[in-house]
Design a protein around this ligand. Structure first.
Ligand code: PEP
Length: 254
């Protein structure tokens, strides 16, 4: 079954004190609001995972945790990396895989994305596989082909049973952190492209949209056919905005 998720990608923001504070604020606001039917996930920097999971447990907050990145090997001589079993032990049940910033700035290619997704599934961590085209690719009319290839490369090597546990986030690079939001038509088209690129029946696939999601545009985007939730960057650093996005989405999905 597709699930409704609102995922906050904090990127490289918030030390452990700020992370605890933001988690508590989100948890308290979400408790007072109506977010039923929608799961809230926060993805803090790796060094904050322990603090965030401790406060969620201590305050019994209805928030799940994701890691922003992890390496596909379980352990060994990989200086600077963190494995999926390591982040899982810190409370992560989700892993963002292949965010465009990882792909562009840290040379994460399709093969690394596929290996990471596979490793997450092996450890019962849900991979949120990010796909999306650059402005240049879109202007040249190659976006459908580009995203289709990204999807097939990421999940083509998985079994149908493994693919049932994958979440996909459509994040056009030109909409990330720019304030330029994809139109409903553009999002609907690309979500349909992702579903038709899926090697199996994509009826139960969870597809998120990400790219300058804010409380003001959340209703329209959540109402876009095929969109099951959001991956939120900037607005996830503000508890009021993040919870408001979740409230708006929850209303659309009920
Ligand atoms: C993101 O980084 O995944 C993202 C969608 O960022 P923003 O919401 O700031 O565009």
């Amino acid at each position: 079954m597709a699930v409704n998720l609102i995922v906050g990608n904090w990127k490289m923001n918030n030390d452990f004190v700020a992370a605890i504070h933001l988690t508590q604020q989100i948890g308290i606001l979400a408790r007072q609001a109506d977010v039923s039917g929608v799961s809230l996930v926060v993805a803090p920097p790796t060094c904050d995972l322990r603090s965030v999971s401790s406060v969620i447990e201590a305050d019994r907050l209805a928030i799940k945790i994701g890691a922003q990145h992890a390496y596909w090997e379980d352990g060994g001589a990989f200086t600077g990396e963190t494995s999926i079993p390591m982040v899982k032990r810190l409370g992560c049940t989700f892993l963002i895989v292949g965010h465009s910033e990882r792909r562009e700035l840290f040379a994460m290619d399709d093969e690394a994305v596929a290996k990471t997704a596979m490793s997450a599934l092996r450890h019962d961590v849900t991979p949120i596989v990010c796909v999306g085209e650059s402005e240049e690719v879109r202007e040249n009319g190659g976006h459908v082909e580009f995203v289709t290839a990204q999807v097939q490369a990421a999940v083509g090597g998985l079994t149908p049973a493994q693919r049932r546990d994958v979440v996909v986030a459509y994040e056009p690079i030109w909409a990330i952190g720019t304030g330029k939001v994809a139109s409903v038509e553009q999002v609907a088209e690309m979500v349909a492209v992702i579903r038709s690129a899926w090697p199996d029946d994509a009826g139960d696939l969870t597809v998120l949209y990400g790219g300058s999601v804010k409380p003001e545009n959340a209703a329209e985007l959540a109402g876009t056919p095929g969109v099951d939730g959001f991956l939120v960057g900037g607005a996830s650093l503000n508890a009021e905005q993040f919870v408001q996005i979740a409230v708006t989405a929850a209303k659309c999905y009920r």
